[in-house]
Design a protein around this ligand. Structure first.
Ligand SMILES: Cc1cc2nc3c(=O)[nH]c(=O)nc-3n(C[C@H](O)[C@H](O)[C@H](O)COP(=O)(O)O)c2cc1C
Length: 382
């Protein structure tokens, strides 16, 4: 299954794994795929530590780094406030306090903009600032000091400085898109690889399905290579994506239930039990539409009678990260209200994820099922 992109990036299988977890990135890379570390949760210093850890484990195999750079953010809030959290309106603070009381979430106060847990050490305020070109520049500086094979960006055209710096370092730039128009714009802005991501994907998504989006993007931007993303977690789905004209696939959700994933145990259990109907595209975690597990959190923000409605990015990110740090801790203690609220980004393939497997096994199973699917199709046409 070698495609041109395998030659270009020096990888065995055109299977890209987006993950915030370095263990997943290392496992997929060592299994012959291409791991991409989501960097937004890290400070530049932490990212340096994570990438050094990866360098020591992947034996020179290529891997990538992803930063989130929204084209549009609440720039006013970023300019105006020394502390982003000060721009969060009282109504929104009150609503979070109301949710915590209604669902009986105990534990420490967790101020908005304060420290958050998980791999995202630092504060929600810092994470809020990192989703800007200036904020991401520090991450890119660090990433380019390591032997990375790709820089990816989502949510808007990569800033010209990013493209120039990556070019200088000989590192290709990939960009995630959800429409043909965005794909064209990304290519004009200098993207070397387009990731066409359908609405069924976990995380920030558009409204067009992968099946409809990928062939249109392939036709619009060729010969620029296109990777298909959204709804791909098996070899049959991978074969379908390649049939649509993609040179490879880019998967995120499937790694969340692997052994290596740092997904909070309570949320992992929810994912293993979920069906494909249990996700929703909601602005309640980041301020932009992002697919995630439907939970009391998304229901309350999106249709609750008292909801003030989500803020924009990055303020909603700040509100949600601080609250989720507290909800997550309470969910791990087994508090029922917190378990109702807890959620995380995941795509519709969550309905296929019903067991915990090592990431390496997921790669091998996808490659093997891909070969079977292609053989079956070959017999059809023969
Ligand atoms: C938990 C999670 C977090 C994500 N965060 C980002 C991100 O920070 N940057 C990004 O470019 N894409 C992000 N994505 C989207 C993935 O890169 C990928 O396009 C998507 O997961 C593919 O669809 P799938 O979830 O059906 O596999 C995220 C996806 C998930 C599931």
């Amino acid at each position: 299954m070698r495609t041109a992109i395998c030659e270009r990036l020096g990888v065995e299988f055109p299977l890209f794994a987006f993950s915030h977890c370095r263990d997943v990135v290392a496992a997929v890379t060592n299994a012959g795929g291409f791991g991409v570390l989501g960097a937004i949760a890290y400070t530049p210093e932490q990212l340096d530590t994570e990438l050094t850890w990866l360098d020591e484990r992947v034996g020179g195999r290529p891997y990538g780094v992803d930063v989130l750079l929204p084209g549009k953010v609440d720039a006013q809030a970023l300019d105006r406030e020394a502390r982003l959290a000060d721009a969060v309106p009282e109504r929104h603070r009150d609503f979070v306090a109301h949710l915590m009381a209604k669902y009986g979430v105990g534990g420490a106060g967790g101020p908005i903009g304060g420290p958050i847990g998980g791999p995202a050490a630092g504060s929600a305020d810092e994470v809020g600032r990192r989703v800007t070109a200036a904020g991401a520049a520090g991450l890119i500086d660090v990433a380019l000091k390591h032997p990375i094979g790709l820089v990816a960006s989502a949510l808007g055209p990569p800033p010209p400085e990013l493209v120039a710096r990556a070019r200088e370092a000989g590192v290709p730039v990939a960009a995630l898109v959800g429409t043909v128009e965005h794909a064209r714009r990304q290519v004009e802005a200098g993207a070397d690889i387009i990731v066409a991501q359908g609405t069924e994907a976990g995380g920030h998504t558009g409204e067009i399905s992968t099946m409809v989006l990928v062939p249109q993007v392939v036709d619009a931007v060729g010969p620029v290579p296109v990777l298909a993303a959204g709804g791909i977690a098996s070899g049959r789905q991978m074969a379908a994506a390649m049939a649509l004209g993609a040179e490879g696939v880019w998967c995120g959700s499937v790694w969340l239930t692997t052994e290596e994933a740092e997904t909070a145990p309570a949320v992992k259990r929810k994912m293993l039990a979920a069906s494909s109907l249990d996700t929703v595209r909601s602005r309640s975690r980041t301020g932009k539409p992002a697919r995630q597990l439907r939970s009391a959190w998304t229901d309350e923000w999106d249709s609750g009678q008292e909801s003030p409605g989500p803020l924009g990015m990055p303020l909603q990110l700040l509100v949600a990260e601080s609250a989720m740090a507290r909800i997550g801790a309470a969910a791990e203690r087994g508090e029922p209200g917190a378990l109702e609220l807890a959620n995380y980004f995941v795509g519709q393939v969550v309905g296929q994820l019903d067991q915990v497997r090592p990431a390496r096994e997921v790669v091998y199973a996808m490659v093997s099922e891909f070969a079977d699917a292609v053989e079956r199709l070959g017999r059809l046409s023969g």
